[in-house]
Design a protein around this ligand. Structure first.
Ligand SMILES: Nc1nc2c(c(=O)[nH]1)N[C@@H](CN(C=O)c1ccc(C(=O)N[C@@H](CCC(=O)O)C(=O)O)cc1)CN2
Ligand SMILES: [Mg+2]
Length: 286
């Protein structure tokens, strides 16, 4: 029997808690605010940005979408970020990725005030995560949402062997840090890993974030393992699929996230949760 990890249902619970928290803050005179900056007109990014804006408004937050032309220069983008760094009504600044070629993404990440870094990508915040620094700071929303999902299903990483396939700043590296901080024994694997599938088979918790449709199949999964599929890929018919072949994993995995309806909804719900926390930490000193 394979348990389906229902990200949509967990996201709904997180969103309900966030909505209640927003209402409480508003009573105290603080309305959490987020700005999402999008450069260019990538259709998928436009949909994600619209979804974030709708969700933020639905939960009672102040939400701005700042749409910039594809020709925006590095200097223009940095000066817009500086504007929101100085705006007390904005607690979270998110620059939607991917960005056009003329923009230096790491410099953009560095320009965001770490206290408003709602993505958790600023090196100051990444450094705190990796050093398991005490206190409050934002953590990348996709891996943090995955930790929330694991907890919701009583899956404790402590003492388990975890394999994270993918080493991105958005998912793989912060995921490995969170699992390490939760006392798992963690391996980061990637495109250059020798015998990747044999490494995958050692995992009690397998997180796959490669962007390669159906890279992992049932034969690569240790029986009973928890499988978290971060992929959002298109198959040959244009259908949205994950990095894991869900059908062949069924019956082998102990628990698995579907695509869609797994990690994706948790990313947005966690982003909203982080925005509220940033507002609390900055305006109420909590
Ligand atoms: N600055 C950032 N840029 C990007 C991030 C990010 O976290 N920060 N992540 C991705 C895109 N993304 C959010 O921005 C995102 C994409 C998709 C989903 C989602 O809920 N997916 C659904 C399926 C949607 C569909 O049917 O197409 C699901 O998995 O159920 C959430 C967040 C890149 N850029
Ligand atoms: Mg994401």
């Amino acid at each position: 029997m394979t348990t389906l990890i229902d990200g949509k249902a967990v996201a709904k619970q997180v969103n309900q808690a966030t909505q209640a928290e927003v209402a409480k803050l508003v009573e105290q005179g603080v309305q959490p605010g987020i700005v999402v900056i999008i450069v260019g007109a990538d259709p998928a990014s436009q949909i994600y940005v619209r979804n974030k804006n709708r969700k933020a408004e639905k939960l009672g937050m102040h939400s701005i979408v700042r749409e910039l032309p594809v020709s925006t220069t590095q200097a223009e983008l940095l000066s817009i970020i500086a504007e929101y760094n100085a705006d007390p009504s904005i607690h979270g600044i998110l620059v939607q990725s991917p960005l056009p070629k003329q923009i230096n993404e790491p410099l953009v990440t560095m320009a965001i005030d770490p206290k408003k870094d709602v993505d958790g990508f600023h090196p100051t915040n990444v450094g705190k995560l990796v050093t398991n620094f005490p206190g409050n700071y934002p953590v990348a929303n996709t891996p943090r949402g995955i930790m929330t999902m694991l907890a919701a299903y009583d899956i404790d990483p402590a003492g388990k062997t975890a394999v994270v396939i993918g080493r991105s700043t958005i998912v793989g590296k912060p995921m490995a840090a969170l699992l390490t901080n939760a006392n798992a024994t963690v391996t980061i694997a990637h495109s250059r890993t020798a015998d990747l599938k044999a490494v995958a088979r050692t995992a009690d918790i397998l997180v796959v974030a490669t962007g390669i449709a159906h890279l992992i199949s049932g034969a690569d999964i240790k029986p009973g393992a928890t499988v978290i599929d971060v992929g959002m890929d298109r198959d040959e018919n244009g259908k949205l699929v994950g990095d894991v072949d869900f059908d062949s994993a069924q019956g082998i995995a102990g628990a698995i996230t579907p695509v869609p309806g797994g990690v994706g909804p948790m990313t947005i719900a966690t982003l909203m949760q982080t925005t509220v926390e940033l507002a609390k930490w900055s305006d109420l000193g909590e």
